[in-house]
Design a protein around this ligand. Structure first.
Ligand SMILES: [Zn+2]
Ligand SMILES: [Zn+2]
Length: 134
């Protein structure tokens, strides 16, 4: 994973403490919704508004630094990385990354260059299985 600061340096965006905090939060959580990001960030920046978070998320998204994971529930965001599938727990809503097989990736790219790949797998996560909630 690249240094968070350099992600901003390579883009057209200014480096601000708020943007770095958003990226840091996504790095820690993996996937987070705007509200989840807001909850954490406002502890560091008590005067920040939800609207500011939205604006920053949008510019980070436009620069391709972060990606929106369009869950059927609430959109979550993550730091952009190579295409991968998402596992979503039907019980607790937990999102996990699942690597996409190289062969599949190559096949798709050959047929449909630069395609936007979203693949979702729904099930019960390890934790919920353990708790016998299935
Ligand atoms: Zn779960
Ligand atoms: Zn992901």
């Amino acid at each position: 994973m690249k240094n968070l600061k350099s992600l901003l340096e390579e883009s057209n965006l200014k480096i601000t403490p708020q943007r770095l905090a958003i990226l840091k939060e996504l790095e820690n959580k993996g996937h987070a919704s705007i509200e989840e990001i807001y909850e954490t960030i406002k502890e560091m920046f008590p005067s920040i508004s939800l609207a500011t978070i939205y604006k920053n998320i949008n510019s980070l998204k436009e620069e391709g630094i972060i990606s929106e994971v369009c869950l059927h529930q609430k959109p979550k965001f993550e730091i952009s990385k190579i295409p991968h599938a998402h596992f979503i727990c039907k019980k607790c809503g937990k999102v996990e990354d699942i690597p996409l097989n190289e062969v599949i990736n190559k096949n798709i790219e050959e047929k449909y260059p630069n395609s936007h790949k979203e693949l979702y797998i729904y099930g019960i996560c390890k934790n919920c299985q353990k708790n016998g909630n299935s």
